[in-house]
Design a protein around this ligand. Structure first.
Ligand SMILES: [Zn+2]
Length: 86
């Protein structure tokens, strides 16, 4: 009887080992390259640009990302009109 239990335990461990060996291959991330390239949206024209290529503007203490300097200027102009003067 004890022998049978040992055999069952061995079979179970063998099954777990095989499953553990198979698992990493199926659950590996499909596209790791997509996560490293972060995109940001231009608030002026709505275009999506890579964070590395975007024009960064600091307006009102906040970071904003733009596709070009023209959009940054347009955005800062809009900001000047919307914010009331002190
Ligand atoms: Zn733009």
């Amino acid at each position: 009887m004890i022998r049978l239990l040992i055999w069952l335990l061995m079979a179970y461990i063998g099954y777990r080992v095989v499953k553990a060996l198979m698992a990493p291959k199926s659950s590996a991330p499909a596209s790791p390259a997509l996560e490293s390239e972060e995109t940001v949206q231009d608030p002026v024209c709505g275009m999506y640009v890579a964070k590395a290529d975007a024009v960064v503007g600091r307006l009102n203490g906040e970071r904003h990302y733009f596709c070009s300097m023209a959009c940054l200027e347009k955005f800062s102009e809009q900001l000047d009109h919307t914010t009331p003067p002190h």
